[in-house]
Design a binder for this molecule. Structure first.
Ligand code: UTP
Length: 294
């Protein structure tokens, strides 16, 4: 049996420049899809997968994320006094228990690889999950849960992948698919933003990983790669020469909520998924007479 994955890392120190001015004073990860901040979706997904320790790599302006995962006594007292027990229960249920969250600062946004490296002392010498909170998934069971199932069989490193249109491969990191099935295949390589005719597959890495702690040593050794940032992909490519990487083509769909289009689409899809909102929302959409806007 491979070592259990108990810890998840959430890098939330990016500048979110694609979402300015919304992200000038507020972290991107607090943008809401319907009524939940992006970070809450990632934490819920991790919890469903059996994660017990939630590590946030934060930056400036991110204190609000810490507050989001804390108790809010004034609010709780008010909800209680007003008899809003359901809202109160929801709030309490969603909170990681005391002592199960850790926060560290990246200080400078030197890239995703650097943000992950900042979590090294908190994670220690154990495998960990990595979730990019701006990638929100519509998947049942959650994507990390599906990846854990593969990990329990194979151990090593696991990466969640999804098919994209071939004309979009140059926007993503894609994998070289080796032997195996969709629920667990060998990854023989990775290519960052390939040209369409040079792409080894259209399976892109969509922001969910299970990694072995040796990645930290490789991240520490790294110099800045593309865009002057310390790249996670570069470190994974080196680790791949020593350790197995398994791909999981999960059952589900990602919405890149770090981009305006992905975020807007996620809001529509998640609203339509909600029993308490669907009907009213459809009515509003129909009233809009969208034909006028198209
Ligand atoms: P992005 O590539 O979306 O970068 O980061 P970004 O800076 O947040 O946003 P844009 O591109 O400027 O709009 C993917 C994830 O990695 C984190 C981000 O917070 C996001 O969750 N990240 C990125 C860091 O924690 N630190 C960094 O230096 C860069």
């Amino acid at each position: 049996m491979p070592k259990r994955v108990r810890t998840a890392v959430f890098p939330v120190a990016g500048l979110g420049t694609r979402f300015l001015p919304a992200t000038k004073a507020m972290p991107k990860e607090m943008l809401t899809v319907v009524d939940r901040p992006l970070i809450q979706y990632a934490v819920d997904e991790a919890r469903e997968a059996g994660i017990e320790h939630f590590v946030f790599v934060t930056g400036r302006n991110k204190a609000v994320i810490e507050d989001h995962f804390d108790r809010q006594f004034e609010l709780e007292a008010t909800l209680e006094a007003r008899g809003k027990t359901q809202a109160l229960d929801e709030l309490r249920k969603e909170l990681p228990s005391a002592g199960r969250t850790s926060f560290t600062r990246q200080q400078e946004p030197l890239g995703l690889g650097h943000a992950v490296w900042c979590a090294r002392d908190i994670v220690g010498d154990q495998p960990f999950a990595l979730l990019l909170p701006d990638m929100v998934f519509r998947a049942k069971p959650g994507v990390l849960r599906q990846m854990m199932d593969a990990y329990e069989e194979t151990g090593g490193n696991v990466i969640g992948v999804e098919e994209c249109a071939w004309e979009d491969v140059s926007s993503y990191g894609v994998v070289v698919r080796g032997e195996g099935t969709d629920t667990g295949f060998k990854i023989d390589g990775m290519v960052e933003k390939p040209k369409r005719d040079e792409a080894p597959s259209n399976l892109f890495i969509s922001g969910r990983y299970i990694l072995q702690p040796e990645i930290f040593t490789l991240l520490a050794e790294q110099t800045k790669g593309a865009g002057g940032e310390i790249q996670l992909t570069d470190a994974m490519q080196v680790l791949m020469q020593k350790q197995a990487f398994t791909g999981v083509k999960y059952d589900g769909k990602v919405f890149d909520c770090g981009s305006k289009l992905g975020f807007l689409t996620a809001n529509v899809v998640f609203a339509l998924d909600r029993d308490d909102i669907r009907e009213g929302f459809l009515k509003e959409l129909r009233n809009l007479d969208l034909e006028d806007h198209l």
